[in-house]
Design a protein around this ligand. Structure first.
Ligand code: NI
Ligand code: MN
Length: 228
């Protein structure tokens, strides 16, 4: 599996003929994204929530490519209303299975809306994604909460994708504590340095996590790929 970071919380997981895109927020909407919405060709799109820095490009990409979308119930319904034809709409605790693996929605403590903020849409989610037997916990946008330990115990993720930028999510100190609760072997930070409000010292985060736990922090610049 190849894990490509595309900026903010957007990752593309490539496995066989499947390209699983999480939280598309690409150029020109995202000033640091290495590619535009026209330059990705996913088979599946998974959304943590509908805020623009996670879903700005979801409808356009899904309509162009026919990619199958997974989003929490109320956001899934909204996608359908926007003309996205292929949608799975689990709620928290629900799992959707594919030939490449599965995605399960878990809690995240955060708000949710349509990408233009005009419509409040239920709650946000984290994603437990299993691809070829590897479990990845994409936390979505969230503050620190104690049930991260439960999710870590229950799902035993090998890889945790963790927001560290503060202001709209955990800051890097809370994120380092989250990594201890979750216990993943590999931690990939995201949701920082995209714009000034969420600037973070990623090397300080790395040092704190690696001094407090067995986790290894893999820092990816937008466009970089991690092979697993
Ligand atoms: Ni958000
Ligand atoms: Mn966000």
């Amino acid at each position: 599996m190849q894990i490509r970071f595309l900026g903010q919380a957007c990752f593309e997981f490539a496995y066989g003929a499947s390209r699983i895109l999480v939280d598309p927020f690409l150029a020109p909407h995202n000033p640091v994204a290495p590619v535009s919405a026209e330059e990705v060709d996913p088979t599946h799109i998974l959304l943590t929530h509908g805020h623009p820095d996670h879903a700005a490009d979801a409808v356009a990409i899904a309509r162009r490519t026919g990619a199958h979308c997974v989003a929490i119930t109320d956001l899934g319904r909204w996608l359908g209303e926007q003309g996205v034809e292929s949608v799975s709409d689990p709620n928290l605790g629900g799992t959707v299975r594919f030939d490449w693996g599965s995605v399960k929605l878990v809690p995240a403590l955060h708000t949710n809306s349509s990408p233009d903020h005009s419509l409040p849409i239920g709650v946000a989610a984290g994603l437990v994604i299993e691809i070829d037997g590897v479990t990845i916990y994409h936390l979505g946008d969230t503050c620190l909460f104690g049930d991260m330990r439960l999710i870590g115990e229950r799902e035993a993720p090998e890889i945790a994708i963790v927001p560290i930028g503060g202001h709209y999510t955990m800051d890097r100190a809370d994120a380092a504590h989250a990594c201890e609760l979750i216990g993943a072997r590999t931690v990939i930070p995201c949701h920082y340095d995209t714009f000034p409000k969420i600037e973070a010292d990623v090397e300080a985060f790395r040092a704190e996590v690696e001094s407090r736990s067995e986790s290894e922090v893999v820092v990816l610049a937008p466009g970089e790929v991690h092979d697993r």
